[in-house]
Design a binder for this molecule. Structure first.
Ligand code: PHE
Ligand code: NA
Length: 450
């Protein structure tokens, strides 16, 4: 063996800056943008919530995103080792944070894939015409029938997890990179086409007023907290996803600039989703504050009565499936990168991890039907609500705070300075990551406890 011969295979790298951005934007843009953001804005009074959320993304989200991408770039995609590597072994205890994050991602995958499965079911049902011309109350009944049927939910979820596994098993270049390079342009195309459809047939003026007229009297402390929590979720922070994707960044790409692009596209997609949904909702006199059922119950009422509604509805739910799939890929990656060390073991691990997510997903599936009465401590929360709460509202902000503290206080100073072209930008980032981000998360938790 010659000394120059590498003992391990070279680490995988995205094929281009575009591929990396497509993957990172693909992770960020998901159910959070198209399903959650519109109903959260709708339930929290619209404009004021939107402004608050934008502020959180800029002040907490972007700095942590920069930190995560850099940690991956310098410490490697395996979140279970990257913290230790960056500190030259001294900070090995931080690797526990990596394991926690990667585990959280699998739990999120277990129920995220269920909602993605609903979207897939609705895409098929829309195109088949079975969602056209029903009476308004029949749409709610339709959704309830799906929720009442564990077999049907498991089937659609399995299709989503199967698609995720078969892409992820192909590795970074042959799987993720290849898939996102055509899925993301398709997603953008669908979003624009649906925006034009909604503007032509719906009440775009009412939607614009609703999303952009701030009524700060409607803003409760709870709304402020959910805006903060959602800033983490929507940028895929706190679960190792962006650390893993950062591990494959090509050398010439600027991390702060990439982070800005990801946040910008993620925000644009959330607002665009609002501009698809609300013009239609208002044109039909429906309730923008309908909550989680907004796109599965309220919106189908409108599609069911609109010209071309079967196709538009089919495209809308296809858009949702694509957005979700490019996110599930990033939910499996932190664990996959941590556990696999070659192509063969990656195939085995992606299968195992999706099987684990599917098995755990049964808890959420049953919480909508046979276990719908089961409660722990809190009379309001089903098991699905608990999993969602413990991951997206607890573990994910904690993971984000951990990253902020590690990057701001524990990591070598030179590590992040090197990512910034200007010293001024670096100092702004450092202030936000050391003080603002951890304190903001702490405020969220203090409020949760009292
Ligand atoms: N950002 C995704 C969304 O908005 C959700 C997600 C969270 C994906 C964490 C990966 C990791 O839907
Ligand atoms: Na998002």
């Amino acid at each position: 063996i010659s000394l120059s011969e590498p003992t391990t295979a070279p680490a995988p790298v995205w094929s281009s800056r575009f591929a990396f951005l497509a993957a990172a934007v693909g992770s960020a843009v998901g159910l959070g943008n198209i399903w959650k953001f519109p109903y959260m804005a709708g339930a929290n009074g619209g404009g004021a919530f939107v402004i608050l959320y934008l502020g959180m993304v800029a002040v907490i989200g972007v700095p942590i995103l920069i930190a995560e991408l850099t940690l991956g770039r310098r410490g490697g995609a395996a979140v279970s080792r990257c913290f230790g590597r960056i500190t030259g072994g001294k900070g090995r205890l931080w690797n526990a944070l990596g394991w926690l994050s990667a585990g959280t991602a699998i739990v999120i995958l277990s129920f995220y894939s269920i909602v993605a499965g609903w979207a897939l079911a609705y895409a098929v049902k829309s195109v088949s015409g079975s969602m056209q011309g029903l009476a308004p109350e029949d749409y709610a009944a339709h959704f309830d029938t799906l929720l009442a049927n564990p077999g049907e939910m498991i089937f659609w979820q399995a299709v989503i997890l199967g698609a995720t596994a078969s892409i992820a098993a192909g590795g970074v270049r042959g799987g993720l990179d290849r898939a996102v390079r055509w899925l993301m342009p398709l997603l953008a195309l669908l979003l624009v086409a649906l925006g034009v459809y909604a503007a032509a047939l719906g009440d775009a003026g009412a939607a614009l007023r609703f999303l952009f007229t701030p009524d700060f009297s409607a803003l409760t402390p709870e709304a402020a907290l959910s805006a903060a929590g959602h800033a983490f979720f929507t940028l895929s922070l706190g679960v190792g996803a962006m650390i893993a994707y950062g591990g494959y960044i090509p050398e010439h790409v600027s991390v702060p600039r990439a982070a800005a692009w990801v946040a910008l596209f993620d925000t644009l997609c959330a607002l665009a989703a609002g501009m698809v949904i609300f013009p239609i909702v208002f044109a039909f006199g429906l309730d923008p504050a309908a909550g989680p059922g907004l796109i599965f119950v309220t919106l189908p009422v409108a599609f069911g009565a609109m010209p071309g509604g079967a196709i538009a509805g089919g495209l809308f739910f296809t858009l949702l499936v694509i957005a979700a799939l490019t996110s599930t890929l990033s939910l499996i990656e932190p664990m996959a990168a941590s556990l696999a060390n070659d192509g063969a073991s990656r195939r085995v691990w992606t299968l195992r991890l999706t099987a684990i997510a599917g098995a755990l997903g049964l808890v959420s599936v049953f919480s909508f039907n046979i276990w719908s009465e089961v409660r722990l401590w809190d009379a309001e929360k089903t098991l699905f609500d608990w999993l969602n709460h413990l991951t997206t509202e607890i573990s994910l902000p904690l993971g984000g705070m951990g990253v902020a503290i590690f990057a701001g206080w524990a990591a070598p100073k030179t590590l992040l300075r090197g990512e910034f072209a200007s010293g001024k930008a670096y100092r702004v980032w450092r202030f936000l990551i050391r003080y603002v981000a951890p304190l903001a998360v702490a405020a969220v938790f203090i409020h949760l406890v009292i």
